[in-house]
Design a binder for this molecule. Sequence first.
Ligand SMILES: Nc1nc2c(c(=O)[nH]1)N[C@H]1C(S)=C(S)[C@@H](COP(=O)(O)OP(=O)(O)OC[C@H]3O[C@@H](n4cnc5c(N)ncnc54)[C@H](O)[C@@H]3O)O[C@H]1N2
Ligand code: MOO
Length: 409
Amino acid sequence: MYTPVDKRNDITIDEARNRIAESMSKLTLGTEKVNVDNSDHRIIAEDVTATHDLPTFRRSGYDGFALLSSDLTSFPVQLKVVGNIPAGANFDRPLVSGEAVRIMTGGYVPDGADLVVMLETTKMLDDDTLEISERQKRDNITQIGSFFKQGDVLLSKDTEINPGGISLLSAFDIHEITVYKKPRIGIITTGSELLHPGEDIVNGKIFNSNGPLIKALCTENGADVFGYTQIKDDPELLRQAVKDLQGKCDVIITNGGVSVGDYDIIADLAKSADELLFNKIQMRPGSVTTAFVDKGIIYFGLSGNPGACFTGFYLYVEYALRVLQKQKSRCIECQGTLNEEYTKTNMYDRILRGQYHIDSDHIEVGRVGGDQSDNLNNLQRATCFFEIPRGDSVTPAGSVLRTWLLPFK
Ligand SMILES: Nc1nc2c(c(=O)[nH]1)N[C@H]1C(S)=C(S)[C@@H](COP(=O)(O)OP(=O)(O)OC[C@H]3O[C@@H](n4cnc5c(N)ncnc54)[C@H](O)[C@@H]3O)O[C@H]1N2
Ligand code: MOO
């Protein structure tokens, strides 16, 4: 029997994101220790401080000679070369007036010496006599603690570590750091039309392309996919799939079944949840994207249509995962200039999958592939979204539009 459609309360993209941010900020991720070598893109859970000054010794910035600046009063001046200090070597006595040592970049500047003269501005008169003819402008010495003093914060809590940070920690011989655990995600794809990999194609059935899309996007965004399942449009199977994930996941992402059809089982689950965040957004595609909280887990119900699923992930799930990890979205919001007229109109803002080019003074955006929400021919190629404002007028070329540059593209 036909069931009347619920009236949904539609909200803007920004309002939906605000509701997500508020809910995500109530979740906390545990912490764990990881090896620094494996910490790229992990989020540091406590300040990491310098265990010692850096540099730990006065270091030569150039290949040349270390000497006492007080010896350079008149020119030319001759000094006796009393040793050689390659990088890594020690020099066990203070240098005294009239002496110089050959030194390499990174070499230990001996006590007493307060100046390194670059090799290019020196002359050897014989095997151990050095002549300097010019006044020196800089001492060319990197002083102890000039980069970091012991106790300085190297990387502060909630920083996303990158290879630069890994190198910094390695410079202090720090091998292990405390990071937040990765968000644990469960993915449930729904649809009686979905084939399993390797099955024969038959009328009405399709391969599941959104499941692998969501899985890859979660992984790319620093989450651990704990569960992944594909079920038919059956509320009992959904209940079982949710039960299997409860207690193991921070976030459950479902796909399909959020619209108003007879088999939209996620829409029904959302209705009985502890808190509905939204189930209608003033955008296309993905207007039925849904989010709710139930038993401490945050659910995102992404649309089944591939274009809508893709768009919904970046605008809401990526954003949520980043908020959960105390980071800003990696989708860079900016203004893009439309490269050609767009004639379709809609009652909701339309988020088009596009490509961008950075010109000298602006970012140009244009469509790529089809704009229908069931068309997946541009998911690989899309590098940005841009927003065609709602209304009934054509959007002319040159319009300046809200744009999001997509990460890892
Ligand atoms: N009467 C109405 N019908 C529809 C409305 C509406 O407002 N009133 N909204 C339309 C819009 S817009 C969208 S988007 C879809 C959203 O539907 P659901 O999110 O509930 O998704 P399904 O109905 O389950 O599937 C839609 C479409 O996507 C395909 N699909 C599903 N899962 C996958 C997958 N894992 N991989 C690839 N493709 C998938 C599915 O076969 C359908 O073709 O509802 C419209 N209808
Ligand atoms: O919400 Mo649907 O994806 O617009 O076609």
